[in-house]
Write a protein that binds this ligand. Sequence first.
Ligand code: 1SD
Ligand code: ZN
Length: 262
Amino acid sequence: TAYPWGYGQEDGPYAWHKDFPNAKGDRQSPIDIVPEGTVYDASLPPIFLFYDHCNSINLCNNGRSVTVEFDDTDDRTVIRGGPLENAYRLKQFHFHWGGKGSHGSEHTVSGKSYASELHLVHWNAAKYKTFGEAAEAPDGLAVIAIFLEIGDEHRGLHKITDALYMVKFKDSVADFKGFNPKCLLPNILEFWTYPGSLTTPPLHENVTWIILKEPIRVSEKQMGKFRMLLISGEEEEDRKRMENNFRPPQPLNGRKVRASFN
Ligand code: 1SD
Ligand code: ZN
C-alpha cells in the first residue's frame, strides 16, 4: 500500500508541504518551548479534567500511531478551564515516539526532546456538531500534551503496553473498554498554552495546545513495546516498524506562549 504521508525519507514531515500547504502556515505545531520566553499569565484558570465517567472503546493502529478512542456522544468526559472558553470533549488519545530513548516527543523544551509525547485530543462540542466539523474550525480542538521520559515502569501505561500486541499491524482494532486516562496524568497540572495546529496532515491550524510541564516516567521496556508496532498491514511482506512518528518543531512566528505558573 502506498501511504499518502508518513514519517519516512520520502513521505515524512519535510515532504508534507507538497500535499498540505498548511505545513508552511504561521501557526504550526509542534514548537520548541523556551521557558524564559514564555509569559506567566496570572489570569489563566487551572485546567480541569472531568474524566471520572469516561468510556474508552477501542485501541487502533492507524499506521501512524496507536490510538485509544472514546465514546464522545455526550459531555461525560470533558476538560474545562485554562485557556478554554467552554468544555471540550475527549475524542481519543495517541502517542508519538522515537526509535531510541532520548527523542520522540514533538514539542521540545529549550531544545530538549522527551522519549515520547501523549496527546489527549478534545473537540469543542459546545460550538460544533461533530468532531469533523470542529476539526476544521479555528477554535475546534484542544489537545493536552504530556511528555514521557525514561525511568521506572509506569503502572497506568501497562494496560496499554500489554494490549499493543493485539494491534501490531496497520488498520487493526481491538476492544479496549474501561480505560481511564486519568492514570496517565502527572501529579501537577501546570501547563504552557499557545495557538497551534495538528501535528499531522492536514495540519489544520485549529488547536489550542495545553502542554503539561511535568513529564510522566515510563520504562525503556514499555517504550520498546510501542516500537514493536508495524506501519505495514498484515498482508504486506515488507514489515516496517512504527517509530520516529513525530514532527520536528516549527517556527514560532511571534506567537505568545503563556505559562500557568511562575
Ligand atoms: O496525529 C493526530 C491525528 O491522529 C488526529 O488525532 C488529529 C486530530 O484529528 O490530531 C493529530 S495531533 O495533532 O494530535 N498529533
Ligand atoms: Zn499527536
